[in-house]
Design a protein around this ligand. Structure first.
Ligand code: SAJ
Length: 421
């Protein structure tokens, strides 16, 4: 049975290690956090993801998955560690470098090293390979290297890890073919082979494409407010065109990928102006939401309630959430802010229950389109209204049933719909 060593047991590494361990490989997951190591060895996932806990349990019970702080000799080494942005919007590759360095003593002839982490173009060639050369093995003939990005969407990781097409970039054809042999044991989508730099670039342009199109939707929303139309109706009608798919305006772009990946292109090619401008537009939506609030409530000290601090609807993840920056801004401008999110368990600001979050509030701002908000009934909304000092609501996701909020006596405002503010 082939042995695989997976560096990083996070959002990508843990599902990948567990999937491989239940598809014929003996897998060792290398993790720096001792608590995570212990939880996984007890068969428990530390990440909320549908189906992941079952997969981890099966992998552990099969004895083909173990978590540890140290690597072992193996046939394949897969690096799935985080690549965050630093304060200058540059990629922090320190985790990739330390994972590669920790593998050096264990590398032997005919090993394969696969990088999955999202990285700037040319990282495999210019950063990873120079480190791997310290093994003394001849790259491309004795040691094989590939880049294989994931494209799973949080909330559907297990399904998409199997169903999505996969791109594999080898530093040579043999490396790509060796990597394909590993992924085709569980990937039911098509597997496409290319070179490492192209594969790195493919991952970045997928997410950058999304960021630029979200920026376009946000720009349409701001234009619509100026010309007094409802951007949501306009987008719905425009998307009836067979070749148009305009995305949704919102309070900004969160998550640990979309707001990050475009900067990896700009880092390599600073002339990428449209990519930079799109980031600026998306980051600027927090200020735009604040401006609508200020215009609605006036400047004096006001009580605001935030509904939803997750980075998007129906997830419990707050990484990169625009809610953090809006709350920071409101607090610096002397607003009182209370936060309610039915899914989020930990957040930098105190999370209140529903009643306490709206008590004496003058405006609710919906930032995440959780189903719970969409399904609120008239009687619940009326109860909320009774607790508030003023019945205003700003729907930055256009996700509510506005008619029943108006029935309950609320002034309803919607991002991108000037008629509603
Ligand atoms: N958003 C909008 N308007 C939209 C779509 C999204 O404002 O029309 C916002 C969301 O509210 C959220 C942010 O953008 O704050 C990102 O959400 P998302 O659903 O677009 O992306 P993620 O981060 O959950 O997952 C993305 C996916 N990439 C693409 O759809 C191209 C996923 O396939 C990637 O694997 C993932 O990034 C990743 O890990 O790279």
């Amino acid at each position: 049975m082939k042995k695989i060593c997976v560096f990083g047991l996070g959002y990508v590494g843990l599902p990948t290690a567990s999937m491989l361990a239940t598809h014929g490989f003996e897998v060792l997951g290398v993790e720096i956090d001792e608590n995570i190591i212990e939880r996984i060895n007890n068969g428990n996932a530390h990440i909320e993801e549908p189906g992941l806990n079952t997969l981890v349990k099966a992998a552990i019970l099969s004895n083909n998955l173990k978590a540890s702080s140290k690597p072992i000799q193996a046939d394949v080494f897969i690096i799935c560690v985080p690549t965050p942005l630093d304060s200058e919007k540059k990629s922090d590759l320190s985790y990739v470098k330390s994972a590669a360095k920790s593998a050096i003593p264990y590398l032997i002839k005919d090993n394969l090293v696969i990088l999955e982490s999202t990285v700037p173009p040319k990282t495999t060639e210019e950063v990873l390979i120079p480190i791997l050369k310290e093994s003394g093995l001849e790259i491309g003939t004795e040691l094989f290297v590939a880049y294989c990005p994931e494209r799973v969407i949080p909330g559907r990781v297990i399904v998409e890890m199997v169903e999505n097409d996969r791109i594999i970039g080898g530093i040579n054809e043999k490396s790509a073919l060796m990597a394909k042999e590993i992924y085709q044991t569980f990937v039911e989508g098509n597997i496409f082979l290319t070179d490492a730099t192209t594969a790195e670039f493919v991952k970045l342009i997928e997410n950058t494409y999304r960021d630029v199109n979200i920026a376009l939707a946000n720009e349409f929303a701001k234009v619509a407010e100026k010309i007094h139309i409802n951007v949501w109706n306009a987008i719905e009608l425009a998307n009836r065109h067979p070749r148009v798919n305009i995305l949704k305006p919102g309070p900004g772009v969160g998550g640990h990928c979309i707001p990050v990946d475009p900067w990896f292109i700009v880092e390599k090619v600073p002339q990428a102006d449209l990519i930079k401008l799109s980031r600026k537009i998306n980051e600027g939506m927090v200020q735009h939401i604040f401006d609508i609030l200020k215009e609605t409530l006036g400047k004096e000290k006001r009580n605001i309630t935030i509904f939803g601090v997750a980075y998007k609807g129906n997830v419990d993840d707050t990484r990169g959430s625009p809610a953090k920056r809006l709350i920071d801004l409101l607090l610096t401008k002397n607003y009182d802010v209370r936060v309610y999110d039915p899914l989020v368990r930990k957040f930098r600001y105190e999370l209140k229950n529903l009643a306490d979050s709206v008590k004496d509030s003058e405006c609710i701002v919906v930032l995440a389109d959780h189903d719970e908000f969409k399904k609120m009934r008239l009687d619940e909304i009326s109860e909320i209204g009774k607790l508030m000092r003023k019945k205003n609501i700003l729907d930055a996701r256009n996700c509510l049933n506005h008619e029943i909020w108006k029935l309950a006596g609320f002034d309803v405002r919607i991002l991108g719909n000037a008629r509603m503010h």
